[in-house]
Write a protein that binds this ligand. Structure first.
Ligand code: 13P
Length: 269
């Protein structure tokens, strides 16, 4: 960890990475919201607003994946699951495997979300197991990290997030990293209406990219999309996405309405 932090501090001084358009991605995380009819109407409205050059991912309830994957086939919208089990298969009543998700047209799975860490006791070790299982089923991963309020107030956020990342995605290979999108989501900004400032987001995204540079080299680090999540709305998206290391957003509440999500999408072009 010391070596990584040291290399990162050097990197901060010498490397100025320009904002790369090709990293831009907008992801919506519906969480446990919307019934199926609302979901279909929302996706139909999104399909009318997306352009071929956009990259949009929607993270939807398991039940809807099969239908929405068909609806979005041949469109720029990709489908993510909100979780998967870490085991390949077996006697785990009620669980969903990565392979099952892939077999109904899922492209991504969201792993490491703070709500799964907090309410379902998911640890870094478990998250890494799930990432490996997702890759074994040819799913890509949106990996989430982020600090709680007390850690931010103690000014320990960089160290906290670095430890999360060290224990999970820094254990992967450069080849595997090509299939990871990172979402930095400070827990104090999720669903609270309190957004990290553009500068706070940029600072942490730069820390994260620095960690990737030290482990995988700059080519892999510069190719990786790092999204910000936590009360992203039409009113703050322009400012956040203008930051050189903020490549888009993982949006909760504002992804549940087509007009707000499409407005955020336009800020990401
Ligand atoms: P909100 O945009 O509702 O704050 O949610 C963020 C989030 O948790 C996305 O995964």
């Amino acid at each position: 960890m010391c070596v990584i932090l040291y290399t990162y501090l050097n990197y901060l001084d010498v490397n100025k990475i320009p904002h790369m358009k090709e990293r831009n991605v907008l992801a919506g995380n519906w969480k446990m919201n919307l019934d199926y009819m609302d979901a279909i109407q929302l996706v139909q409205a999104l399909l009318e607003g997306v352009e071929d050059t956009d990259r949009m991912i929607i993270s939807v309830p398991y039940l809807y994946i099969s239908g929405l994957a068909k609806l979005t086939n041949n469109s720029p919208i990709e489908i993510a699951a909100q979780n998967c089990h870490q085991k390949e298969k077996g006697a785990y009543t009620g669980e969903i495997s990565a392979n099952m998700l892939a077999s109904v047209g899922t492209d991504y799975v969201v792993l490491g979300h703070s709500e799964r860490r907090e309410y379902f006791g998911e640890t870094d070790t478990l998250i890494l197991e799930k990432i490996k299982m997702a890759f074994a089923s040819n799913l890509k991963v949106i990996y989430c990290c982020g600090e709680p309020l007390d850690v931010r107030e103690a000014d320990n956020h960089s160290h906290f997030v670095a430890e999360q990342i060290e224990a999970s995605i820094l254990q992967l290979s450069s080849e595997e990293m090509k299939n990871i999108i990172i979402a930095y989501e400070p827990i104090w900004a999720i669903g609270t209406g309190k957004t990290a400032s553009a500068e706070q987001a940029q600072e942490m995204h730069k820390v994260i990219r620095g960690l990737l540079v030290s482990k995988f080299g700059s080519e892999t680090a510069e190719a990786c999309s790092i999204l910000y999540g936590g009360s992203v709305k039409p009113a703050n998206a322009d400012e956040l996405f203008a930051m050189p290391d903020v490549d888009g957003g993982l949006v909760g509440g504002a992804s549940l309405k087509a007009d707000s999500f499409l407005s955020i999408l336009r800020s990401n072009r």
